[in-house]
Design a protein around this ligand. Sequence first.
Ligand code: GLA
Length: 406
Amino acid sequence: MSGYPATGGAARPSPGVHPGAERVNDPLRTAFAAVHGGRPEGIWAAPGRVNLIGEHTDYNDGFALPVALAQTTRLAARRRTDGRLRLHSAQAGGPVVDLAVADLAPGAVTTWAAYPAGVVWALGEAGHREVDDGADLHFDSTVPAGAGLSSSAALECAVARAYDDLYGLGLGPPALARIAQRAENAFAGVPCGVMDQMASSCCVAGAALHLDVRAGSHEHVPFGPGAAGLRLLIIDTRVTHDLGDGAYAALRTGCERACALLGLAALRDLSPDHLPRAERMLPARLRPLVRHVVTENARVAEAVAHLKAGRVAELGPILNSAHASLRDDYRISCAETDLAVDSAVAAGALGARITGGGFGGSVIALVAADRVEPMGAAVTAAFRGAGYREPHLIPVTAAPGARRIE
Ligand code: GLA
């Protein structure tokens, strides 16, 4: 029990609250009561994501095609009135992280709490001073951390969505995704693009999210491999990836340098036709980076056309080309992710590739429904043979983005 008064919410309007829908026995409510005392005003959920195609294109103003996962971060939240932001996570455990909203500043929080606190800071920075009143937040997540499945975006987008609802900010999913990205970039110091937050915020069930980052627009493209007798599987290699370690930032810097040399605003502006000429203008170390981004944007367009025409199986060869490009040109693969891809394809997957930021994390494989088990067994056996940790296999269902669930 926190000893803090149950502040704030009860007397104020809570847009979208349906008291009748509350499930009083929900374990999240019980955990909230144990940590913060009393009852939350509501419960929100935001998903992790897996990217089908369009990797390392978002910060080049390009295109991507992520899918939201059924795995979510759930958040029980209640407003306060004393300016304290009190954060607790079932996964992190430990005592409540108790912060003064007025003291929130980039770099001030260095643990997991930087993601939710960063969203509160970013909302305040954007002029939504209602957030200064503080809140009690308790999180519980089924999104694997460090697996390249955007557990941090799920945390951020759950908070953004909860605040949007609780304070009636009326921002809506794309604006909330930009707030979440701002939190991650400026507050937590991770120089990511906007793909993860857009996926966690804007996806709808049964569809992938076709993002055009420069236009700031998105389109929902039906994604139902099941109807074609196929499955999309995540192979979590359990090699932890960390975008904060400098390698991701170095890739971004390389792309920016190439743009400067080519006189382009972003690599998005380079078409495949002009690639050979551009490569001749660049130093050898930048050529493969540019080649990956240009061909990857083209692969997104190709994949979207196939999905719209119901040709899901055609994604297979596109995944394989993307993996070769990420392994050989962008160089973000590693021995474990290469083995996952190779053993999945050898066991009958139509295609497979590393997904997410890279340097470990997860692989996706598109596979016929009746090949799922033999493929999983083959990948697991290959990992065992190589002396790696056993990978986790996670079936993908295209799930909805951040939402209020109670
Ligand atoms: C991470 C970043 C995204 C994106 C991917 C690579 O997930 O958070 O913005 O750049 O890597 O596609």
